[in-house]
Design a protein around this ligand. Structure first.
Ligand code: SAM
Ligand code: SF4
Length: 439
């Protein structure tokens, strides 16, 4: 009997990469590879990479070093690099790392099967050309890794916003939206396989179909997906505050299946910095959206992203960011030190702030957010929440799920509840999770 070939796939970075990786697994299954979690057993190693910050990029080169020695002991091993670093580096990567067999960009998943077959026959290749039509989505189906309770469904790709610090438009290309009919089809297929929660995914979902006349806008797309019986809970990410329309805000009041959570990255609380970042809103305009969302859905939970140490950020600018955090009361926040990325507008700006000062600002921000998070989690004690049970907790001792507000929750109960929405009462609010009892 022929031995099955084994794929080891490592994913770095955002949900977009996680979603692409699912499709890579499906594509590789199509040419006879099964996934393994053990890289030493693999015939094919693929890295799906991230270049959002310099650190993420360095991590990829660190990993490649590790696989280089593996290849020395197993010369037939095929190594491929895809995703944002591959898009940025292209052929340079093949030169820099002679043990790498193939490099595939963010628009080239549809070529991957041929590239891997070529590598099996001894050919090295690189494909990083952009394609700007809907084929970018369709060629990726079907997804690998079946099952699970909660899944992402890509509704748009790329970004046209060109925030001054961000490499995404450069490595993911222009914004394109997938047709609503195809999105609804994919959600139907997922729910038929037992998925109950769907997260509609894109770099800026709020501008979904802005360039597709005749297609529903994002608010109407949410309604279409929510109408499907198999969908018990609906989420979306990420939203750009400047494109957050009142129609979309109203969805939180009008669509019961829409979870009361929004990831709404502000990036800074200083108008001067927001302008330099090319974000297209002031702190006041951002807060007005937050207020409108709280009005439409009083129990809504906010999460977001913040960057500290953007070129020219002063102590006063930074204090405005802390004020914004206090005002919004985020349930959680991802925070980063600014990292200059090649080809972006901000990379040209003089960056004179001492790195130690940037680190100190990050720590001050994180201390504040930790306090806000704990207070918010504690304020939920005694409330009734709907939790979607995802399965066993990591310790295996109880069930794990998420509230509508996306708070991680532990509760005692039968594993048969997996995939179900259950009502719970919160009994404890800790730093990173809630503990709850079934009602
Ligand atoms: N499209 C989303 C948005 O607009 O919020 C997410 C983009 S990115 C994958 C996730 C986060 O990384 C951004 O929200 C930003 O806070 C951070 N980020 C992007 N570029 C960065 C850079 N050059 N340095 C530090 N953080 C960065
Ligand atoms: Fe990057 Fe801005 Fe686009 Fe988000 S909206 S992906 S931060 S350019």
């Amino acid at each position: 009997m022929e031995m099955q070939k084994k794929l080891y796939l490592e994913t770095f970075g955002c949900q977009m990469n996680v979603s692409d990786s699912e499709k890579i697994v499906g594509l590789m299954q199509g040419i006879g590879y099964v996934e393994t979690k053990d890289s030493t057993q693999a015939d094919l190693i693929l890295l799906n990479t991230c270049s959002i910050r310099a650190k993420a990029e360095q991590k990829v080169y660190g990993h490649l070093g590790k696989f280089k020695s593996l290849k020395e002991s197993r010369p037939g091993l095929i190594i491929g690099v895809g995703g944002c670093v591959a898009q940025q580096e292209g052929e340079k990567l093949l030169k820099r790392a002679p043990f790498v067999n193939l490099v595939f960009g963010t628009h080239n998943l549809h070529q991957l099967q041929d590239m891997v077959r070529g590598a099996e026959a001894g050919r090295r290749s690189s494909a990083t050309d952009f394609i700007d039509d809907e084929a970018r989505f369709d060629l990726f189906l079907p997804q690998g890794r079946e099952g699970g309770v909660s899944r992402f469904v890509t509704v748009m790709q790329g970004c046209d916003n060109f925030c001054a610090y961000c490499i995404v438009p450069h490595v993911r290309g222009r914004e394109i939206s997938r047709s609503a009919a195809k999105i609804v089809d994919e959600v139907r297929q997922l729910t038929a396989s037992g998925v109950t929660e769907v997260t509609l995914l894109g770099q800026n979902v709020n501008s979904y179909a802005a360039k597709n006349p005749g297609e529903p806008d994002f608010a109407d797309l949410l309604r279409l997906v929510a109408e499907l019986d198999g969908v018990k809970r609906l989420r979306f990410t990420t939203s750009h505050p400047k494109d957050m329309s009142q129609r979309l805000i109203d969805c939180f009041a009008e669509i019961p299946k829409l979870a009361p959570h929004i990831h709404l990255p502000a990036q800074s609380g200083s108008d001067r910095v927001l302008k330099a970042m090319n974000r297209g809103y002031t702190a006041e305009q951002y807060l007005a959206k937050v207020t409108a969302l709280k009005k439409a859905c009083p129990q809504i939970q906010f999460t977001g992203d913040m960057i500290v140490g953007f070129p020219g950020e002063t102590e006063e600018d930074f204090l405005a960011t802390l004020d914004l955090i206090q005002e919004v009361q985020y349930a959680d926040l991802f925070s980063f030190i600014y990292s200059a990325r090649p080809g972006t507008a901000a990379a040209m700006l003089p960056d004179l702030t001492d790195p130690a000062e940037k680190q100190a600002r990050l720590e001050r921000l994180q201390v504040l957010q930790k306090k806000v998070t704990l207070e918010r989690n504690q304020s939920l004690v005694g409330t009734v929440q709907q939790v979607l049970v995802e399965g066993l907790s990591s310790s295996g001792e109880c069930l794990f799920g998420r509230t509508g507000g996306n708070r991680a929750t532990l509760l005692a109960g039968d594993l048969a509840l997996s995939g179900q929405l259950v009502e719970v009462k919160v009994v404890e609010g800790l730093q990173t999770l809630l503990k709850a009892e079934l009602l």
